[in-house]
Design a protein around this ligand. Structure first.
Ligand SMILES: *Cc1c(COP(=O)(O)O)cnc(C)c1O
Length: 392
């Protein structure tokens, strides 16, 4: 995109449609070419040794990978971005880009489970001190910083418990202590939470979810602030992270429609969430865009929207077995991990054993729903008939 500082920035939907495309350089074709490549040829040794040729080797970037990196950089308002082989790889890459042996890192207790596993295995083996903290901490987080704290990882809302975090306040405190702020921003995406402009230095997307949007590719992205970009570039290059061109292409294709898809996920998700709040078998709905949610004030202050992922807790007295029977009775919701695709999904929420720094959220058995792009009334009726199965 031509960027002219005197003109107002383009709005998100326009950026989604245009970012990373260079049609004039590609014979006019609307979409960038899918380049399958390892070797790149040089015209002569002088050019090879000059280091000035734009592309030098497949792993180091192609017009296809750069198109997606450029689009992510623009969407995130970042200094730059790098692609990763999965969302989890984006998280490990971001952590390794700013941590060394002897450092201390703060990890939110509600973080995505495999993030925690990476910290418990690889980071600990590298002699990095890992400390978990309560997602509810705001100013109180200051007391956890040490002289060797180099980074704090945030995630809001948590993808099982849906607790919110005060990201701007955490970022102010972290920056005053010289630490970088990482955020797994998969739930809101940069469309609904522009993380970098709220103080995040490494904004992580499991692009597998809403960017791809069709449940057919694993890919991740990390966008960096000026403070964090050099570390990200160096670590990404050193580790040899590379994503295949067909997957990059599918992520670019998904990006073009992410704005309209997310608006529908949000609308249908809220319709179902509000209806669930009124259902006699439901104790509470974990969705920060609901006025009843404890994280609502932060959500309203900082976020511009919500995706289609949330959970609800059954009334006390409903057994785990009944909650499983409810899940098994659903016909339109697939039982499977992941989310962000066009289709509705469900999983039982199991938080036991996943927390060390904060209490497990209370309540009856919990169920996580991803509200897809199906007709919302069909989805509501499906949930209703599954409730009927267990209340019979
Ligand atoms: C799915 C997910 C990831 C990991 O993404 P993968 O592409 O599956 O590795 C990271 N964070 C959150 C919040 C997720 O839901």
């Amino acid at each position: 995109m031509p960027s002219n500082k005197s003109e107002p920035a383009l709005r998100m939907d326009t950026t989604l449609a245009h970012a990373g495309r260079h049609s004039a350089e590609n014979h006019g074709f609307v979409n960038p070419p899918v380049i399958h490549a390892s070797t790149v040829l040089f015209p002569d040794t002088a050019t090879m040794l000059s280091g000035k040729q734009r592309y030098v080797y497949g792993r180091r970037g192609t017009p296809t990978t750069e198109a997606l990196e450029e689009a992510i950089t623009e969407l995130e308002g970042a200094a730059g971005a790098r692609l990763a082989t999965s969302g989890l790889n984006a998280i490990s890459l971001a952590l390794l880009s700013c941590l060394s042996a002897g450092d201390h890192v703060l990890i939110v207790d509600s973080a995505y489970g495999p993030t925690r596993h990476f910290c418990e295995t690889v980071l600990k083996r590298m002699n990095i001190e890992v400390e978990y903290y309560d997602p509810a901490l705001r100013a109180g987080i200051a007391g956890l910083f040490k002289a060797n704290t180099k980074a704090i990882l945030t995630e809001a809302p948590g993808s099982l418990s849906f607790e919110m975090q005060d990201i701007p306040q955490i970022a102010d405190i972290a920056h005053a202590r010289g630490a970088l702020v990482l955020m797994d921003n998969t739930w809101a995406t940069p469309l609904y939470f522009p993380a970098i402009s709220h103080g995040v230095d490494l904004s992580i997307q499991a692009a597998t979810k809403y960017i791809v949007g069709h449940s057919d590719v694993m890919i991740g992205t990390v966008a960096a602030s000026e403070r964090a970009i050099e570390g990200l570039k160096t670590t990404h290059g050193a580790m040899g992270v590379h994503v295949g061109p067909d997957d990059v292409y599918l992520a670019l294709r998904g990006l073009r429609t992410m704005g309209v898809r997310l608006r529908q996920h949000m609308e249908s998700g809220l319709t179902i969430a509000r209806w669930l709040e009124t259902h006699p078998l439901v104790e509470r709905v974990r969705h920060p865009a609901l006025e009843s949610d404890p994280g609502h004030a932060i959500w309203k202050r900082d976020f511009k929207g919500a995706c289609g992922l949330f959970a609800f807790d059954f009334r006390k007295g409903v057994t785990i077995e009944q909650s499983h029977a409810f899940i098994d009775a659903l016909k339109l919701f697939g039982l499977g991990y992941s989310w962000g695709g066009f289709e509705s999904l469900v999983i039982p929420v199991r938080l036991a054993g996943m927390r060390t720094a904060s209490a497990l959220p209370e309540g009856g058995p919990s169920v996580r729903l991803h509200i897809g792009l199906e007709d919302v009334e069909d989805l509501r009726r499906d949930i209703e008939q599954a409730f009927d199965v267990i209340s019979r």
